[in-house]
Design a protein around this ligand. Sequence first.
Ligand code: NAP
Length: 303
Amino acid sequence: MSKKRSAKIIDGKKISAAILQDLKEDIAALRARGVAPGLAVVLVGANPASEVYVKAKRRTCIDLGIESFSHDLPESCTEKRLLKLIEKLNEDPRVHGILVQMPLPEHISEKKVLEAISPDKDVDGFHPVNVGRLLNGEECFVSCTPAGCQALLLRSGYDPAGKHVVIVGRSNIVGKPLAALLMQKANGANATVTVCHSHTRNISKITREADILIAAMGRPEFVKPNMVREGAIVLDVGVNRIPDATKKSGTRLVGDVAFAGVSRKARAITPVPGGVGPMTIAMLMTNTVKAARRAADRKRGRA
Ligand code: NAP
């Protein structure tokens, strides 16, 4: 009987640790120029998941030697007060990157808040100026999860150039910017990209055509082995909590891909957790260092 193949695991923890290690050298070089990279992280309210993400971001800043500016505002904070804070952070020369943790309470417009952040400090890459520049193939801040997917592919030796990449999901924070990023005429991109969504007909036929399949839908274990081509590279962006009576917490995390079955068919696959997730923080730190370097270069240009 033939032995069942198992996919290579693309280890996001290991790759993100290597990226953060490389960043330490860039941070030391900036500090030697008298520039301490700084990230302001703004949290509104007490969403437990947001608190966990914010804590991890602040801790990573400290580990790397990035100045972390914390702004925790109550749930009752008005939109006006938040916009005023962003205005102050935009003008603060110690702050190179501003991150406002989403989601915001319902009475605050996320669009208004994201648009208030200076595009030069928009390390999350959500400002329409950065989104437009990405589409145009111009220098910009790329949002962290798409940038993390690209870095995972490149650091694992799977250059998307010339490959058919199928992305399932078209959100503004993952699917759309990822498609824009991988279709660019640029090193690390040059892919032929297809984007699927909830109105796509015969989705399995399309996903089976993918050399690189990226699931970003938020549907637990939606992608089954019959949707994947033999030898495909599979990135799983999904993070879903499902009931599991065998766990002390009563739940466990799964991705959008049915990992056990698909990993017997794919050539390489990201696990959940430990795949795309850790890359998002690594890319946030990368963008913050880039913002600090750009600010220092602008200042030198003016001197
Ligand atoms: P989202 O805004 O809810 O978008 C989901 C997308 O999937 C939509 O475009 C939707 O199509 C599509 N979709 C949903 N059901 C579908 C189906 N049955 N068939 C085909 N397409 C379907 O989600 P998101 O914010 O992009 O996040 C997606 C997942 O990634 C979530 O699990 C989220 O937690 C995770 N995530 C992880 C990270 C990380 O760092 N690892 C970062 C961000 C997000 P329509 O547009 O037609 O509705």
